[in-house]
Write a protein that binds this ligand. Structure first.
Ligand code: LLP
Length: 437
């Protein structure tokens, strides 16, 4: 079984309490407070190695991590040690990667509206590749590179006419997306690059067909379309594009009903299409985010108040919610949970886990069977490594949680818990509003 096919981190054990990475989760909650993000290093490194093993027959594979899924300095250090490069989408992500000591030639800058300031920063840091998304970006990137006397090495982001999320998969001539060039616009941008944009060096194409993908065939079709496009460009312009970025998107298992394919299955689909359609195998970039970090992460909460709606549902409220995990309220995402300190209790209650934020929609899990929960019990929500902390907010002026890394029965803080002073540290009171005693 691939790690992305497991709901729980690979080191999860049921001892007196639930443990991950050899650490008792009730003790972690006690030591660091809750809500608490916990990342299991063995699961994270394990999945990186699975990806590398699955693509080991390609000499020219470039494993990238889509850092938007979770971008903190310690996580970047681990991915760097595992030999991954980085897909970044903002000055903040680029800066985090840079400050973490990464060789910037392994970094790609992607996004549909990069600002001039971000482009300057990326050029100054000698970032490896820009994924140029649109005509406007090509113009300003070329201009800034020219002023700096630099050459920007680029991929062209395209929308190959495949759109895919979980089980839904559609292939059309065109898709209505804000990202990238439609295939019918490729000739125009290539002609601009060859005739006017002397500071852009075109290396290849880039696509990303969706997220939480369960259907390997969509990758097969994506590779076929991109390979054929590369051949067409070679024939028409004599330009040999030697690089192809197939994006990320592999799904993970949030609940029992999720059935993501293994990493090997993904690699087989890519390999089969590549051997069938490519005259020459290009450099292949793959840039997963969710499937790298999701399973490694869990969130711990403390149970507090409860409400039994007469004749209706029972709510148990926890000390976090939509600000540390916006996915249920944004995407109706589903999660699995357990009571850390009640492993051997029978699951006698069907409850709804509610967040502490002032919105009725702040529900973390709708109707889950768990043992009877009392205030102070610790609830572990699985598979929260991706797009939880990275999308967290300070809604209701609540401090963002801490994050710890666990490994071999040891835990380290990798993100400190915010303080009340942190919350007001960017505020300013104009003189005329100041209160003088
Ligand atoms: N490459 C590109 C160009 C992307 O836009 C993305 C994600 C990835 C790679 C990584 O995709 P992944 O392997 O993580 O599926 N916030 C949403 C997910 C948004 C994904 C956006 N793009 C969520 O929480 O489900």
């Amino acid at each position: 079984m691939s790690i992305n096919q497991s709901i729980k981190p690979i080191t999860t054990e049921e001892k007196e309490n639930l443990t991950i990475g050899g650490c008792d989760l009730a003790e972690l909650a006690q030591k660091y407070g809750t809500p608490l993000y916990v990342i299991d290093e063995a699961t994270l490194r394990g999945i990186c190695r699975e990806y590398k093993a699955a693509f080991k027959d390609y000499d020219n594979i470039r494993m990238m991590y889509a850092s938007k899924a979770l971008c903190t300095s310690a996580i970047i250090r681990i991915l760097d040690e595992e030999g991954f490069g980085f897909d970044t989408v903002s000055a903040g992500e680029i800066y985090t990667v840079y400050k973490s000591g990464v060789n910037m030639s392994k970094v790609l800058f992607n996004g549909n509206n990069k600002t001039a300031r971000e482009i300057e920063l990326a050029l100054d840091y000698k970032i490896g590749r820009f994924s140029v998304d649109n005509f406007y970006e090509a113009e300003i990137l070329n201009g800034i590179a020219e002023k700096k006397g630099l050459q920007a090495e680029i991929l062209l982001r395209v929308t190959p006419g495949i759109e895919c999320h979980t089980h839904d998969y559609i292939q059309t001539g065109q898709i209505d997306s804000k990202f990238g060039f439609d295939l019918s616009q490729l000739d125009e941008i290539i002609e601009l690059i060859t005739s006017r944009y002397k500071n852009l060096t075109l290396k290849g194409v880039h696509a990303h067909i969706g997220s939480q993908i369960f259907e390997p065939k969509s990758y097969y079709d994506e590779v076929e379309i991109l390979v054929k496009e590369i051949a067409r460009i070679k024939q028409k312009y004599g330009i040999d594009l030697k690089e192809m970025n197939i994006g990320g998107g592999l799904g993970v298992k949030y609940t029992d009903s999720d059935t993501p394919p293994s990493i090997k299955t993904l690699a087989d689909a890519v390999t089969e299409a590549m051997h069938k359609y490519a005259a020459e195998i290009p450099v292949i970039y793959i840039e997963p985010g969710r499937s790298i970090i999701s399973t490694a992460g869990v969130t711990l909460y403390t149970a507090g108040s409860s409400k039994q709606v007469p004749g209706g549902r029972k709510y148990i409220a926890v000390d976090g919610g939509m600000a540390d995990n916006p996915r249920p309220s944004m995407y109706q995402a589903e999660y699995t949970a357990e009571v850390v300190n009640k492993l051997n209790y029978t699951k006698t209650e069907r409850i709804t886990i509610a967040g502490r934020y002032c919105e009725s929609g702040d529900i973390l899990i709708n109707e889950i069977d768990l043992p009877e929960i009392e205030p102070g019990d610790i609830i572990c929500v699985y598979n929260t490594g991706a797009y939880n902390y990275s999308m967290a907010s300070n809604y209701n002026r609540v401090e963002k949680p801490a994050m710890v890394l666990v490994n071999n029965s040891h835990s380290d803080i990798i993100v400190y818990r915010e303080t009340l002073d942190n919350l007001i540290s960017f505020d300013n009171i104009p003189d005329r509003l100041k209160k003088y005693d």
